[in-house]
Write a protein that binds this ligand. Structure first.
Ligand code: NZQ
Ligand code: ZN
Length: 386
């Protein structure tokens, strides 16, 4: 096991009817900017619950943060933060609203000229404006981590940012919120969380038994609850296991002391930036090709995953490893997620070269757990995913 340090300061408030607890989490004297997305919270009653809980607090609102939170929209919110002397941010939404709020938390205290530099120059935020979240969509884990991914339509870029100052102070996780989530987004959430675990697990054995078992148990739980959640989002038991699995998949715990990959996400973000494909779906497009292309380097963990998660016990290490990739593709299909780029766009020719060039230009010359996935290899993986 590798050496590690672990600190996660986010307070989780989990369970039925917990949104009312907002009242005791936000400082009374705060001037709050309530941030939300395209308006789903106004239809499903979450907005009303939040407003009731905040009835004694000074609140300004900013709605309209789109999926894949857009820089230009967030800059409008930043202006409000400055004009209104906001002191506390509250995200009510999925990964997009929470990530947008993290960007604002960083940008509000940033002293440079252009907040976009936070993303292009990898500026870590040590201390941002304080914020909390009410999670409405289990998927990204953003509610308990310190990372964010921001999109800029103007340049078709989608870049990550983060830092220890960007953990939410608290996150409220009421599994009942999933009852209004469309099937497509539920499938996205399951796929995103599943792939988060794979990114931190599908590398090479390092003797970290507990981390492996944690990872496998999250995968098993997601597999177990997926059909239940899709069939009946009002099934509270399934919803609560789904929600907690998504949070645990990316709150930092399972990646401690082990090698991590994250190449699937790096490549996937480009597909969202170029074609607007839902984040989770880009992962389902890239992961199978990535694992096939890097088969030799990953086959021991692939075979372990085959045995422990999918109960594939017949054959050699190679046989089991290959079968595990195929079984993963079937799982995505069972969720209703397509796994080829051509399923999403007819305009895919040239994509591999474009992504490879972008990585070269950014100096991303060696991704993956061995830092040896060079842009020419990325190009081959994307082509395999056409
Ligand atoms: O905008 P509204 O009206 O709220 O509707 C949203 C949106 O259309 C809707 N929705 C959310 N909760 C709902 C609901 N509809 C009905 N009922 C509810 N309770 O769902 C749609 C998608 O929401 P979004 O927030 O975009 O989805 P998700 O949570 O999957 O977030 C995706 C974003 O997170 C980033 C992705 O790149 C993408 O930009 N990620 C963030 C990560 C992180 N911070 O750690 C890691 C991830 O790998 C990922 O990259
Ligand atoms: Zn993801």
């Amino acid at each position: 096991m590798n050496n590690f340090e672990f600190k996660n300061p986010t307070k989780i408030i989990f369970g039925k009817d917990t949104i009312e607890k907002l009242e005791s989490e936000i400082p009374k004297e705060a001037k709050v900017l309530l941030l939300y997305g395209g308006g789903s919270i106004k239809k499903n009653g979450i907005y009303d619950q939040v407003k009731t809980a905040l009835s004694n607090v000074d609140v300004v609102e900013f709605g309209g943060i789109p999926a894949n939170p857009e820089y230009a929209t967030l800059m409008d919110a930043l202006q409000i933060i400055k004009e209104e002397n906001i002191t506390y941010l509250l995200a009510v939404g999925g990964g997009s609203v929470i990530d947008g709020t993290k960007f604002l938390s960083a940008a509000a205290v940033y002293t440079g000229d252009t907040p976009w530099d936070i993303l292009t120059q990898n500026i870590r935020t040590e201390k941002g404006m304080p914020f909390g979240t009410v999670l409405t969509l289990p998927a990204t884990g953003s509610e308990m981590n310190s990372g964010a991914v921001i999109t800029r339509a103007e340049t078709k870029e989608k870049l990550a940012m983060g830092g220890p100052g960007l953990f939410p102070q608290f996150s409220i996780l009421d599994p009942q919120v999933i009852t209004s989530i469309p099937r497509r987004q539920l499938a996205n959430g399951l796929t995103d969380a599943f792939t988060h675990v794979l990114e931190q697990y599908m590398t090479y054995p390092i003797g970290a038994s507990l981390q492996d078992h944690f990872a496998e148990s999250i995968l098993q739980t997601l597999i177990e609850v997926a059909p239940k959640v899709l069939k009946d989002p009002t099934d509270y038991q399934a919803a609560s296991n789904f929600m907690w699995s998504c949070t645990m998949a990316l709150n930092g715990l399972i990646q401690k002391g082990v090698p991590t990959d994250w190449a699937v996400h790096a490549i996937g973000h480009e597909l969202t930036a170029l074609f607007g494909i839902d984040h989770a779906r880009t992962l389902a497009v890239i992961a199978p090709s990535h694992y096939k292309y890097n088969f030799e380097a990953k086959k021991d963990k692939l075979a372990q995953y085959a045995e422990r998660v999918w109960n594939i016990t017949e054959g050699s290490t190679d046989d089991k490893a290959y079968a595990a990739i195929e079984r993963t593709v079937v799982f995505f299909h069972e969720l209703g997620i397509d796994t080829k780029l051509s399923d999403y766009t007819e305009d895919y020719e040239g994509t591999a070269e474009k992504i490879s060039k972008r990585f070269t230009d950014r100096g991303w010359l060696g991704l993956g757990e061995h830092q040896d996935l060079s842009p020419d290899k990325v190009e081959k993986i994307v082509k395999m995913a056409y």
